[in-house]
Structures are given as structure tokens and as C-alpha cells.
Design a protein around this ligand. Structure first.
Ligand SMILES: [Zn+2]
Ligand SMILES: [Zn+2]
Length: 203
């Protein structure tokens, strides 16, 4: 479930019954094998109770609910201020909205050396860089399928269409199985050097 007005996902919490967290509180996002229509994702998130829990989200809830998508398979296109049917091919939608000049999430693909449009379902691991209000994101590029690690503001992740002018990028190629655990990712994030890259999509 997603609360559009508060920009938060709602899950069950064993300690407080309900947890309401922003995308930047997610720690791990995994697509579950099997379910395809719709795809289902298991999300590990940092809860306000101090613990971490797992929750399930449909693909629509994960990617489209933050943009105001209803349950009818339609979405409210912020560019045209019209409700439109939900497309199956995300890349098609991406191409069209980018042509219109914007995209809700943009991250930097290190292997391709350029900013690329992104969706929460392409985020793999996230960890906060405590004290800086910034979040490390390991993402799979929607265009080339390879992994990059970006360091961004919480708003960059939590608020669709809010983009940092530049993000931190780890100058390293990562194998698909680069991190076995969240802890590995977190410790690598702390020791990593980040290079600033601008996030302008237009060439
Ligand atoms: Zn909790
Ligand atoms: Zn790429």
C-alpha cells in the first residue's frame, strides 16, 4: 500500500501493527520468482520501531503508486495532467516521458557513463550514510542491466521528479553477485570513494 499524500509505503510491523516508511527506508528489494502478472517484490525496510522487517509489494505499488497510479491499471500522467492506461513495457513509457522532458527517478549508470531513468523496482540495495542525510543505492540499470552504486539525497529517492543536480558515483564495475549481504554492501559503501556526476538526461 502507498500513501500518495505522505509519500510513504505502508507495511505491517510486528511491534506497532503498522509501519509507514519512505522509499529511502528500504534496504533490499528483491523480485520474487514465479509471480509475473503482476510481479511481486519482497522489500526489507528499516522501521520506526528500530527493527527491520520484510514486506511484499506488487510491481504497481512499488513503481507506480508513488506517481499516483490507481488500482485500475491506469496512472495519472503528471506531464499531461490526464489519467492514462498503464503500459506493460516500462521502457516504452520511459522513452515517451523522457521525450516529454522529465522522469520520476534518475540515477547514474557507471558502465554506460551516463544518467539513466530508473524505477524503484530496479533498486537492489540501499543503505543510509548516517549523519549526511544521504542514501547509497545499488541499482540495476533499466537500459543495460548492469549494476552501479550512487550516493543521493533522501529526497532524490523519496520524492518522484525531485532530482539532485549531481550524485555521487562509485567508479567501479560490479558483478551481479557483488554483495551477498546487506552488511557487505553497507561496509563497502562506507569505504567507497564517490565521484560527483551531473544528472542531466539531455545530451
Ligand atoms: Zn517495526
Ligand atoms: Zn546502464
Amino acid at each position: 500500500m502507498y500513501d500518495v499524500l505522505r509519500a510513504r509505503y505502508t507495511f505491517a510491523c510486528p511491534a506497532r501493527e503498522q509501519a509507514s516508511v519512505p522509499l529511502s527506508a528500504f534496504r533490499k528489494i528483491e523480485r520474487l520468482p514465479g509471480a509475473a502478472h503482476p510481479a511481486v517484490y519482497r522489500v526489507r525496510f528499516a522501521c520506526a520501531c528500530g527493527g527491520e522487517h520484510d514486506g511484499l509489494l506488487s510491481h504497481d505499488d512499488l513503481d507506480w503508486a508513488p506517481l499516483g497510479v490507481g488500482e485500475s491499471g491506469e496512472f495519472f500522467n503528471l506531464m499531461t495532467a490526464r489519467t492514462q492506461p498503464l503500459e506493460e513495457e516500462l521502457v516504452d513509457v520511459a522513452a515517451r516521458l523522457i521525450a516529454a522532458g522529465t522522469w520520476p527517478w534518475v540515477l547514474f549508470c557507471y558502465p554506460e557513463g551516463r544518467p539513466r531513468p530508473a524505477f524503484p523496482s530496479f533498486f537492489r540495495l540501499m543503505a543510509p550514510k548516517t549523519g549526511q542525510g544521504r542514501v547509497g543505492v545499488a541499482l540495476e540499470c533499466a537500459s543495460c542491466g548492469r549494476l552501479s552504486v550512487n550516493l543521493v539525497s533522501q529526497e532524490h529517492v523519496d520524492v518522484p521528479f525531485h532530482h539532485d543536480a549531481e550524485v555521487g558515483v562509485v567508479e567501479q564495475l560490479f558483478a551481479e553477485d557483488a554483495w551477498q549481504t546487506q552488511e557487505q554492501f553497507r561496509s563497502e559503501l562506507w569505504s567507497a570513494e564517490f565521484d560527483a556526476r551531473r544528472l542531466t538526461l539531455a545530451a
